[in-house]
Design a protein around this ligand. Structure first.
Ligand SMILES: [Zn+2]
Length: 875
């Protein structure tokens, strides 16, 4: 599954609502399901008929399956020639239905017949109702534990079975499921037809998919596998890029895994309402529209990259997750971490000019930041209740696990890693596996202690910071002493240290050396290594594949900055920026050290390097700049970025690279946002108005920047135009560009309008939480948003749905940076029964405290640095 995050730093967490165990008794397992569904899209209901071939391990008069919100008309067991009718008791807490028979069923094979009914719900979970242009659709989303909302099932990942699905749908409608359509017959009622799908391979219940409506598809294929991209009929013209990206990814993974795509055909479907980003159902991937359906000729560079990335993630899962599935939800990080690790890989050969390998380094930095909280969790943690299982799908399971896999791949070598993956997939095909199965496969193939390395990073929370001290010996060699300890953003915890110790693969690179980097396994708290030659500094994460921070002396950083463009690769410059910012965060280095590094990299030609510089400049503007210093800081930012902005200009050349287009976008945006450049705002507004009013064509990547910039000082007239344009949008990207820009306006009256709008009937449930969440990222709207959310708590909860609403809002409130807001959040949480131990709450309070602390440590230093800098007349 692909999560949808408000921002990289926010985890998608649920409040702990119930701790009751979720597992079935384990005395029976399914071999085959025959399922017939009759959905009624108008009445939002469905009827189901089910036959399950069950194997009983012992004789028993009861049989317990998972079931939520289903009603039973008839339950029978067929044993030989005898038919036994069961009574049904449901347990909503445990999400089960227990069938009790008049006499014990014998051990061995039993055929169950079940007639049941259910509701096509509005919760985006189970078998649910989605609303497109004036009509209804029925769609499924089962991961993690919602197949049980659609049919009584052994709804645990290790209970694999084959599925034969039949759907009765209206004439004019069609259906998509895991198998291909093997028959399409009129009836049973007039105006209906019955679609029968091929029986699936053995798979887990959470991977079953059904979608019903007037979907239309475009067809293609690769390596003999038929591929279709499907959507509501009005959006088929937006499928061409997705089709190409799907073909590329399927072909890539066929080659990588050395196991042919296992599920016969692949359909990829965009639906109007979808809770997550996308879901990897076997052979029938379902997406939210925005992440799949784009205008290939006109949509932005970012939109293309996102579509390719999410598709690759879901396609990677077809093997890693679907063919071989985690034994239980505590190991779901292996699925998600692997798919996240794998997703940039097809683009490395298909679109190398996107520089996906640099985005990976950025992602490692973002994960290290999440993992610097004391409230982080170990990658693998207990998951028994529905809430605990839901909590597994967070930034740790995705981002950190992917970063750790990158480190391991680099440690053993790409080809050996690939062979280990193939070995693991081949051994556990159509079955289940654990983390140990995975890392022992890689350890066996490589002969390296991968199990020790991975176990340390998977079962211990947090990440190490490695302090690097290099000195020249009398023999003319460089002695490098590395010492590791757990890194915390919290300075007191950082000083106190933790008990954690990791086996860390490190690669060392000495200044001025033409030698390849020296790679070692750091296993002790402190170890010394010797490098040839006398080097003034040693870079401790050569190649940037390590999941750790490095800490250097300010003098060493100063020397690295001077040599950065010549001696450090773009990936290493990104890592250095992250390492240095981390030192500023914990007060070890002065903010001025970081600003000097930013000055050293201001004309960096790599998009991904400058992107990190720009992001930190905006963070400093948000969190560290006082009103008194704002003007001086803005002037410094303008001096820093103007040369790049002037060089990039406002008119993209026709053959310009995408990297340059993206760079123009964030350089101009940062010049406005953090530099307060009035000219930039004026030009942005002019460009947007020409586009909106006069229909002038605009480069979509630049337009995106201009729309967001213009919103910052935008008035009601502009706001109305954005709203109007979102209502008339021709494609999802255009719709979301204008809808989401509404949350960037700073005018108090417009902030109120957006808040009310975000929980109104006009906004889809799938978008509502995201809209509200982004209000918390607007510094001018944050306090008002918190007030709105707390006074309209019940409305917000009802709109966002299930238990996610509250947790998401408390998570979003982590952007505050003052004690009064923190205390208010704590008080509100206590009054609204948010458990104090909830990880979302703890994480929010910790983020605020760390920000307060950062401000206390660095705000005055920033003022001093800006004054001395202005006096010196630099840069
Ligand atoms: Zn996934």
């Amino acid at each position: 599954m692909k999560r949808l995050t408000i921002a990289a730093i926010l985890s998608f967490l649920m409040l702990t609502v119930s701790a009751s165990a979720q597992r079935l008794p384990g005395n029976a397992y399914p071999e085959h399901y025959q399922l017939a569904f009759h959905p009624d899209l108008k009445a939002a209901k469905f009827r189901g008929q089910e036959a399950i071939h069950v194997v009983l391990k012992q004789s028993s008069a009861t049989l317990t399956l998972n079931s939520v919100d289903l009603e039973y008309q008839e339950v029978m067991a067929q044993v030989g020639k005898k038919t036994l009718t069961a009574t049904v008791t449901t347990d909503p807490q445990k999400e089960t239905a227990t069938f009790t028979f008049p006499e014990p069923l014998p051990a061995g094979k039993v055929l169950m017949h079940i007639h049941f009914t259910g509701t096509l719900n509005d919760q985006l979970a189970g078998f649910y109702l989605s609303k497109g242009e004036g009509r209804n659709y029925a769609v499924t989303q089962f991961e993690a534990t919602d197949a049980r909302r659609a049919f009584p099932s052994f709804d645990e990942p290790a209970m694999k079975a084959t599925f034969a699905i039949t759907l009765v749908v209206d004439q004019g409608d069609t259906a998509i499921s895991n198998g291909r359509i093997v028959s399409d017959k009129p009836g049973p009622e007039p105006g209906q037809h019955t679609l029968t799908f091929s029986t699936t391979r053995k798979m887990s219940s959470y991977l079953v998919a059904m979608a019903v409506g007037d979907f239309k598809c475009v067809s293609g294929g690769v390596d003999g596998i038929p591929i279709r991209i499907c959507s509501t009929p009005d959006k088929t013209h937006l499928a061409s890029f997705a089709l190409r990206a799907t073909e590329e990814a399927v072909h890539f993974f066929n080659g990588y895994y050395r196991v042919q795509y296992p599920f016969g055909k692949l359909d990829v479907l965009g639906v109007p309402d979808f809770g997550a980003g996308a879901m990897e159902n076997t052979g029938a991937i379902i997406f939210r529209e925005r992440l799949l359906l784009i205008d290939d000729a006109n949509d932005s560079a970012g939109a293309h990259r996102t579509v390719a990335d999410v598709l690759a993630h879901e396609i990677a899962h077809q093997w890693f997750g679907d063919l071989v599935t985690a034994q239980w939800w505590d190991n779901i990080w292996l699925n998600e971490g692997f798919a996240t690790w794998a997703s940039p890989n097809p683009a490395k050969s298909w679109k190398p000019e996107w520089n996906p390998q640099l985005d990976e380094v950025q992602d490692t930095g973002a994960s290290l930041s999440v993992d610097s909280a004391a409230s982080t969790r170990a990658i693998r943690s207990k998951a028994e209740s529905r809430a605990e299982i839901g909590e597994q799908f967070d930034g740790i399971a995705y981002g950190k696990a992917a970063a750790v896999l990158r480190m391991v791949e680099s440690y053993v070598g790409k080809e050996i890693f690939r062979r280990g993956v193939t070995k693991y997939l081949t051994k556990h095909s159509y079955a289940n596996a654990t983390a140990e199965d995975f890392w022992s496969a890689i350890a066996q193939v490589s002969g390296k202690p991968v199990d020790k390395v991975m176990k340390g990073f998977v079962d211990q929370p947090g990440a190490p910071v490695i302090s690097v001290a290099a000195k020249c010996t009398q023999k003319g060699e460089t002695e490098v002493t590395l010492s590791q300890r757990r890194f915390f953003h919290d300075r007191k915890r950082m000083e106190a240290g933790g008990p954690e110790l990791w086996n860390v693969p490190v690669c060392l690179k000495a200044a001025g050396s033409s030698q390849p980097a020296r790679c070692e396994l750091l296993t002790q708290e402190e170890q010394t290594f010797t490098l040839p030659g006398c080097a003034p500094w040693v870079f401790a994460n050569a190649g940037s594949q390590g999941y750790y921070r490095s800490a250097y002396s300010p003098e060493a950083v100063g020397q690295m900055v001077a040599a950065a463009e010549k001696e450090l690769t773009p990936a290493e410059r990104i890592t250095l920026l992250g390492d240095e910012w981390a030192q500023v965060r914990v007060g070890q280095h002065d903010i001025g050290d970081f600003l000097r590094l930013a000055e050293g990299l201001k004309s960096d030609q790599e998009r991904a390097v400058l992107e990190i510089v720009a992001a930190r400049l905006r963070d400093i503007s948000d969190d560290l700049t006082s009103d008194a210093d704002r003007e001086a800081y803005q002037a410094w930012v303008r001096d820093l970025l103007r040369p790049a902005a002037t060089e990039l200009g406002w008119s993209p050349a026709p053959n310009e690279s995408e990297e340059r287009r993206i760079m123009r976008g964030f350089v101009l945006y940062t010049l406005g946002y953090a530099g307060g450049d009035p000219q930039v705002f004026e030009q942005a507004r002019t460009l947007v108005e020409r586009h909106l009013k006069a229909g002038a064509e605009a480069d979509s990547t630049l337009l995106e920047t201009a729309v967001r910039l213009a919103a910052i000082h935008g008035d009601a007239a502009l706001y109305d135009q954005y709203l109007e344009r979102s209502r008339k949008a021709r494609a999802p990207e255009e719709f979301y560009l204008y809808q989401q820009a509404l949350s960037r306006f700073r005018d108090p009256a417009l902030i109120q309008r957006t808040l009310k709008y975000s929980i109104s009937a006009e906004v889809r449930t799938q978008d509502s939480g995201r809209m509200l969440g982004s209000m918390f990222q607007n510094p001018a709207a944050r306090a008002t948003a918190w007030q709105f959310v707390t006074t309209r708590w019940n409305d917000v909860q009802a709109k966002i749905g299930l238990s996610l609403g509250g947790a998401r809002m408390i998570g979003a409130a982590g952007g505050f940076c003052d004690a009064a807001a923190r205390d208010d959040i704590q008080k509100f949480a206590a009054e609204h029964n948010v458990p104090a131990q909830s990880r979302t709450l703890r994480s929010t309070l910790e983020r605020i405290n760390n920000c307060i602390d950062l401000r206390a440590a660095q705000q005055e230093r920033l003022a001093v640095w800006l004054r001395s800098h202005a006096a010196a007349g630099a840069p």
